[in-house]
Structures are given as structure tokens and as C-alpha cells.
Design a protein around this ligand. Structure first.
Ligand code: ASP
Length: 596
């Protein structure tokens, strides 16, 4: 090795010892003929002091150094002179006095400073990702990611799970997104699809008798990239035979608890993880991924809204919609301009409007006086109504009540966005809390109004809930519950999974409901349907996303911070410059041409 010690490992125990270091020049300062170099490697930074009198040749070398040059030094570790210690540096009590220095490589002036405390435009960071990753924080994120994956591997290995690789070139898998396609050269006109997940492969492994499978799997989905998604992402893909929902949820809870407690002990958890059914989550939080770090539970107030003369409420309710709201503790004092900000936030979330009640101070809700309540303009109602509304949404004196009206699905969406907005505005989400919860009993299907057809809420391989199979022959499929579950944390979905269908007949029936013609069912899914006829065991699994989890553990708001080479929001790789055109002869070889 060209070095004997890591820069960041030097401390008082090494004082007096000889060391050889190699790293990058983080900073070079010339102080009256003495050159100070902060030398950085992956472990940290140490100060090297070049004195022309002690080591003239090394000093000559130091004189040429610029930022990010690669340097090797041999020298003695010594205690820094009193008064020159730097408590902000981990190695701040020592320095290295070199007797030799060698330039291992020079560097162009980097396009940005390689330190944690500068704001750099993200596209510049991605264009020079190899320099961006030199920043200590980015390296720490890579280390954390490594540790998360290692923890997962060790955890599952100890429970007799086998890590098995599955192909990247496969056939389309219906996970609800568009496939990335790869043209076949040998069979012109035919295509592979990149897996949206190894879903069918892991199920086939269960038919193979593997019983316990996992994989740190790359998944590919050609979606329009909504905030903080990547076209390729990593999941812990996991499947178990002879397991029921409870087994999978317990395993997942144990894994996440252990992982967070051992890798980020400063984070707080709620144990056991709360569980809510999908219906409950929608009712109480208007969302199937509620942020449970704070309250602001919702309540339906459609009946109370009908008592008002507010036209908006009446027309929404007549059209089958609802009025629902929640209380914001202690914010009854909001001013008109505060309320306009909230109304803007509601509009940004897509809502037509936001109604409110601002409750003043009183010893109790019953004691609330008429003058102490301010209602939004549409709601001219007596205080007695406001008191009942307060009771409905759990508000007390001094609180603010927010109400929204709309078709149930939209109203929930808007209210949930509003709840998130208020949570952020009031700083209610403790950044150190990781409040996990399981959401269970998702509906099996969702009605797609636009295309007038049913979709699987999770994916078509999900089993209906016990006893609900008969409902598949009924009219209203939206009532059917499934054995699908999600793990959510702080308002984000971290994992989805389900107990699967393992009988051909039922699986075929689901495909038929989803609108696949018979021939297409055979063409697309014949392999798995056939496999189910050879003694497929009952099985189920889950697939936790690794990127989001690591980002949360790292305290990063973007998953791009924890992916070594991520793509931009428009799916571009700014470092390699992909996607990129290919040469005409490459297309020809594949039997492809481009439409003008
Ligand atoms: N394959 C599913 C997904 O990617 C997860 C699962 O059901 O295991 O969402």
C-alpha cells in the first residue's frame, strides 16, 4: 500500500510515530513561509505542516500543490502547539511533520469545493459525480447504505433465507408501470423487458421449494418521474412459503427495528409498529401512508355541513361528496393573511377551497362565546354549531379547524396534503423520529374511471382476503379486501407486499377481471399459471425499498443523496450523458428503425 495510516485515524495515540499518508489536498495555506496542507482521504482530514527548514525538498513539493492534487507524505505525528488545536476537526489535536512528499497526481481545478458546507447546483454535482462523492457526507451515505444492506443480508441469513439472483432480461411483469424494453438481436422484432420487480420469479422460486428467498434487487419502471423517484431503484425483495400475513409483518418489523436501532441509535421508534387497516387510515388521515409523528386526525362533518347554507357544501354533498376536516392545535389566532396562505396551500394541493373556524380562548368548548369564533365567509353559523363542529374534530378553545369538501377520494387527498402542509409549517414531524406503521387490508381492486376498468391496487398476484373470494362474482368489486399490506414511515411508503394467489383458477379469474383476453393471459402469464398446477405452496412476501430507507436514516430528503450514480428528474445520467442516440448500424443489427 502507498499508505500506512488513514488520515482520519490519526490521534493522540499516534504522537511520536512515523506515518505514510496518501490522499487529496483539501486545502493549502501559505503562512509566512510555512505551508499547511489539509490532507483528506475517505476517513477524514489531517493537517500536514511543511517547514522549509526541517524538510526543504518536501517543502518544494508542497509549494506546487493545488486543491485535489494527490499526495503522499511520510512524516512524524506530533501534538499541535498549544493554542493551535482545532476542535472542529476529529484529528484537531495532532499534525504531521513530513520529511518526504511525493505528488501522485495533479488535478484540474474542481468545478466546486469538495466540502460538505457548500451549496452546489445539483446538475453540476451529477455531471461531476465522482468529485461530488469525494465529499465526506456523500461517502458517509455510501457507508450507511453498505451497512444497511449488510445488516439485511446478515439478518435474513440468520433466518435461513437464501439470496438468489434473478434475471434482468425477462418478460413484462405487471406492476402497474411501463416497462423498459430491450430489443433482441437474435430474434428480431422480439423484446425483453427489464423487471419492474422480480415478483413472478420469486413466486416461481416458492414453487421450486426454496421457501425463503431474498435479493437486493434492482427494479426498473419507465414512469414519468414524480418527485424523488428513479427509473431504476433497489428493493429488498423477499418471499416466504407457508407464511401468513402475520409472519411477514413480524419479520419486517423485527428487521426494521433491529436495523434502525443498531445503525442509527439516535432515531426513535414506536414499538410495536402501529397497525391500521386501509379504511381506517383513509378515514383518520385521508391517506394510506399517514405521517404518524403527529396527530391532526380527521373527522367526517358532512352532516354538520348540511346544516349550513354554504352553497359549495350543498352542491358537493348532493353530488355524493363529503365534507371533512381536522383541528390544528393552538392556531385559532391565525390572521387573515395566515388563512390566505393556507388557502393557497389548499389550492396548490388541487382543492377548490378551504373553509375554517378560528376558535378563540375560553375555559372549555361549552364556554366559547359567539364573538370568540371566526368562521370563513361562507359559514354564517351560530356558536352552538361551532361547538358541535369542535367536538366532532376534537378541537378545543384556541384551535383552528380546517374543512374541505369534495368527492371522498379527492377530499381525502387534499386534506391529507393539507395535514402534511400544516405538519411541516408547524414543525411537528420530529426529524429524529422514525414512526413506522403497517397499513393492512388494502382493497383488491381500484376502479379506473378514465379507462373504465378495474386495476389491482397492489398487483394481480395478490390474494383476496379470507372469505372474500365469493365477492369476485358480485357487482361491486371495490368492496373486496385483499391480503396486501404496506409499511409506511413518516408519510412515505417504504414497503409493499401481500400473500399471493397460489391456485391457477383464482389467478386466471383475477386476470379476467382485469380485462386480459384469454389468449393474452396464456401468452403473458402461461408460465406462472402452469407452475401453479405443480403443487404451488401458499406463499407471500414483501419488497422494502432500500433507497428511501437509507435516505431517511441518513436524514436526506432526496434519494439521489444515497445513490452513487442517480439519474435526474427527467431520467438523464448527466455524467455519461445517457440516454443517448446510437449508431445507425446498431439499430440495423437489431432490425429497428426510428420513426421520423
Ligand atoms: N413486487 C412488489 C412490488 O414491487 C412487492 C411485493 O409484492 O413483494 O411492489
Amino acid at each position: 500500500m502507498l499508505k500506512t495510516t488513514n488520515c482520519g485515524d490519526l490521534g493522540e495515540e499516534q504522537i511520536g510515530s512515523q506515518t505514510t499518508l496518501a490522499g487529496w489536498v483539501s486545502r493549502r495555506r501559505d503562512h509566512g513561509g510555512i505551508i499547511f496542507v489539509d490532507l483528506r482521504d475517505r476517513t477524514g482530514v489531517v493537517q500536514v505542516v511543511f517547514n522549509p527548514e526541517l524538510a526543504p525538498e518536501a517543502y518544494q513539493v508542497a509549494d506546487q500543490l493545488r486543491a485535489e492534487w494527490v499526495l503522499q507524505v511520510q512524516g512524524t505525528v506530533q501534538r499541535r502547539p498549544p493554542g493551535s488545536e482545532n476542535p472542529a476537526m476529529a484529528t484537531g489535536t495532532v499534525e504531521v511533520i513530513p520529511h518526504a512528499a511525493t505528488i501522485l497526481n495533479s488535478s484540474l481545478t474542481p468545478p466546486f469545493y469538495i466540502t460538505d458546507d457548500v451549496e452546489v447546483d445539483e446538475s453540476l454535482r451529477l455531471r461531476y459525480r465522482y468529485l461530488d462523492l469525494r465529499r465526506p457526507k456523500m461517502y458517509r451515505n455510501l457507508v450507511l447504505r453498505h451497512k444497511v444492506v449488510k445488516y439485511i443480508r446478515d439478518f435474513l441469513d440468520a433466518r435461513e433465507f437464501l439470496e438468489i439472483e434473478t434475471p434482468i432480461l425477462i418478460k413484462s411483469t405487471p406492476e402497474g408501470a411501463r416497462d423498459f424494453l430491450v430489443p433482441s438481436r437474435m430474434q428480431k422484432g422480439s423484446f425483453y423487458a427489464l423487471p419492474q420487480s422480480p415478483q413472478q420469479l420469486k413466486q416461481l422460486l416458492m414453487v421450486s421449494g426454496v421457501e425463503r428467498y431474498f435479493q437486493i434487487a434492482r427494479c426498473f419502471r419507465d414512469e414519468d418521474l414524480r418527485a424523488d423517484r428513479q427509473p431504476e431503484f433497489t428493493q429488498l425483495d423477499l418471499e416466504m412459503s407457508f407464511a401468513d400475513e402475520e409472519d411477514i409483518l413480524q419479520l419486517t418489523e423485527e428487521l426494521y427495528t433491529g436495523l434502525v436501532e443498531s445503525l442509527t441509535p439516535e432515531k426513535t421508534l414506536v414499538k410495536p409498529f402501529p397497525r391500521l387497516t386501509y379504511d381506517e387510515a383513509m378515514e383518520r388521515y385521508g391517506s394510506d401512508k399517514p405521517d404518524l409523528r403527529f396527530g391532526m386526525e380527521m373527522a367526517d362533518a358532512t352532516d354538520l355541513a348540511l346544516e349550513t347554507e354554504f352553497r359549495v357544501f350543498h352542491s358537493v354533498i348532493q353530488a355524493g361528496g363529503i365534507v371533512k376536516g381536522f383541528a390544528v392545535k393552538g392556531q385559532g389566532h391565525y390572521t387573515g393573511s395566515n388563512m390566505r396562505e393556507l388557502e393557497q396551500a389548499a389550492k396548490d394541493a388541487g382543492a377548490a377551497g378551504l373553509s375554517h373556524l378560528r376558535l378563540g380562548q375560553a375555559s372549555s368548548i361549552e364556554a366559547l362565546e359567539e364573538e370568540a369564533v371566526q368562521l370563513s365567509p361562507g359559514l354564517r353559523m351560530p356558536v352552538e354549531w361551532s361547538r358541535r363542529m369542535a367536538q366532532r374534530v376534537g378541537a378545543g378553545p384556541g384551535d383552528l379547524i380546517l374543512l374541505m369538501a369534495g368527492p371522498a377520494k379527492q377530499a381525502n387527498l387534499w386534506l391529507s396534503a393539507m395535514r402534511t402542509y400544516m405538519g411541516e409549517r408547524l414543525g411537528l414531524g420530529d426529524p429524529n423520529a422514525m414512526t413506522f406503521a403497517f397499513i393492512t387490508e388494502f382493497p383488491l381492486f381500484e376502479w379506473d374511471e378514465e379507462h373504465q376498468r378495474w386495476h389491482s391496487s397492489h398487483h394481480p398476484f395478490t390474494s383476496p382476503a379470507t372469505g372474500e373470494e365469493d365477492l369476485l362474482d358480485g357487482e361491486d368489486l371495490s368492496r373486496i379486501k385483499s391480503k396486501a399490506y404496506d409499511l409506511v414511515c413518516n408519510g412515505a411508503e417504504l414497503a409493499s407486499g401481500s400473500i399471493r394467489i397460489h391456485r391457477r383458477e383464482l389467478q386466471e379469474k383475477i386476470f379476467t377481471i382485469l380485462g386480459y383476453p384469454k389468449e393474452e393471459i396464456v401468452a403473458r402469464f402461461g408460465h406462472i399459471l402452469e407452475a401453479f398446477e405443480y403443487g404451488a405452496p401458499p406463499h407471500g412476501g414483501i419488497a422494502p425499498g432500500i433507497d428511501r430507507l437509507v435516505a431517511m436514516l441518513a436524514g436526506s430528503s432526496s434519494i439521489r443523496e444515497v445513490i452513487a450514480f442517480p439519474k435526474t428528474q427527467t431520467g438523464a445520467d448527466l455524467l455519461f450523458g445517457s440516454p443517448a442516440p446510437v449508431a445507425p448500424d446498431q439499430l440495423q443489427e437489431l432490425g429497428l428503425g426510428l420513426l421520423e
